[in-house]
Design a protein around this ligand. Structure first.
Ligand code: PLP
Length: 390
């Protein structure tokens, strides 16, 4: 049986009646842009995250952009983030004329290496953007402490971390602001684009609210030049239905991660693959299940040793098992970023660069059954147990 990388249809079928009713309700009211449905979702998601304000926007990238602006990041300011992320972490920083400053990630969690943070702070640093990648939160206590000591703002990229926890605090409730994406494949996904900003600051919330909607104070009264970045009623109604299921889905993802860990324990012990590492203080929501293939084809006369990640992916593909790489090209060597002339090049962030060669994301979502997980794990184990072809 084939196993998709994400299967949004399976999830829809499990909540079809609720979703269909919500969609029909919005069409009946014909309230398509912002409105009561958006306000209701904002309130529900704020309560869920434990944040004072949630402002719905058009997508997660806009969420980051509006959060950066509202937190006072201006042209020429330096913003520290990591190269192991999706391009949308970097895009809005550069777009508003601020300067991206990368630090590397840790080899175990592949999240921001906070040990490198102090050394990256300069007179010009204004903000830190930790990325809670794969659904696990960064070491926020240490990040917030450094930010406070240096008077910096912290904007969480929580686009993969809906519901993730550090103790009793959730993603989106710790930094000065956070951005979430409701892209369909995210843990909480809309049926189109969507996103939001969360914040405990009344001032930040007011700016985001103003700037998502043409800087509008009255219908035709525009306070500042801004954007059209609104969440629509249909998406908000869908998100409100799905929010009620989010914790259950995250529990399902956690259970599937535990099944992978158990089924792959022997190949991990043999040193052929490194399974995802969770810090003791973190409770991730497993947006992605990212393992690192450590098995190499040994070097022979005239040929270098090479990692078997791509061979593993091909082997799984022949069994109709889809996999992904998050992400194959680190941000500092993306053409869009090298064009900014930040002075970075290959070799600057060895942990991220090494990971990019080895990481593989296995199919991973709440609706996968125990049998599905076994099928994937068996295929991985079979491949890694084969003697290397030289
Ligand atoms: C998805 C994602 C974004 C951007 O979200 P969009 O809604 O697609 O704009 C930003 N950062 C990370 C880490 C993401 O995974």
């Amino acid at each position: 049986m084939s196993i998709e990388f994400v299967d949004l249809k399976r999830q829809y079928l499990s909540i079809k009646d609720e979703i269909d009713e919500a969609i029909a309700g919005v069409i009946d009211e014909s309230a398509y842009i912002l409105g009561d449905r958006v306000a209701a979702f904002e309130e529900a998601f704020a309560a869920y995250c434990g944040a004072k304000h949630v402002i719905g926007v058009a997508n997660g990238t806009d969420g980051l952009r509006l959060a950066l602006i509202a937190c006072g990041v201006a042209p020429g300011d330096e913003v520290i983030t990591v190269p192991n992320s999706f391009i949308a972490t970097a895009e809005p920083i550069a777009e508003l004329g601020a300067i991206i400053r990368f630090i590397d990630v840790r080899p175990d969690t592949m999240l921001m290496d906070v040990d490198q943070l102090a050394g990256a702070i300069t007179e010009k640093t204004k903000a830190i953007v930790p990325v809670h990648l794969y659904g696990q939160m960064c070491e926020m206590d240490r990040i917030m402490e450094l930010a406070e000591a240096h008077d910096l703002v912290v904007i969480e990229d929580a686009c993969q971390a809906h519901g993730a926890r550090l103790g009793d605090r959730r993603a989106g409730a710790i930094g000065d602001a956070a951005a979430f994406s409701f892209y369909p494949g995210k843990n909480l996904g809309a049926y189109g684009d969507g996103g939001c900003v969360t914040t405990n600051s009344d001032a930040v919330a007011a700016i985001v609210r103003l700037m998502r909607d043409h800087g509008r104070k009255g219908k035709y009264e525009h306070e500042v030049l801004a954007f059209n970045s609104r969440l629509d009623g249909l998406q908000a109604a869908i998100l409100s239905v799905k929010l009620k299921h989010l914790d259950d889905w995250n529990v399902g993802r956690r259970a599937n991660a535990a099944r992978y860990a158990e089924a792959l324990a022997d190949v991990a012990a043999a040193g052929d693959i490194v399974l995802p590492v969770v810090r003791d203080d973190a409770e991730p929501v497993w947006h992605l299940y990212v393992a690192q293939v450590t098995k190499d084809v040994p070097a022979v006369a005239g040929r270098r040793a090479r990692n078997m990640r791509d061979e593993l992916r091909n082997a799984l593909a022949t069994e109709d098992i889809a996999t992904g790489i998050h992400y194959p090209v680190p941000l500092h060597v993306q053409p869009a970023v090298t064009a900014l002339d930040l002075g970075y090049g290959a070799g600057d962030f060895p942990v991220t660069e090494a990971a990019a060669e080895r990481i593989v994301s296995l199919p991973h979502y709440a609706e996968l059954t125990e049998d599905d997980i076994s099928q994937v794990a068996d295929a991985v184990r079979e491949f890694l147990a084969r003697p290397e072809e030289v």
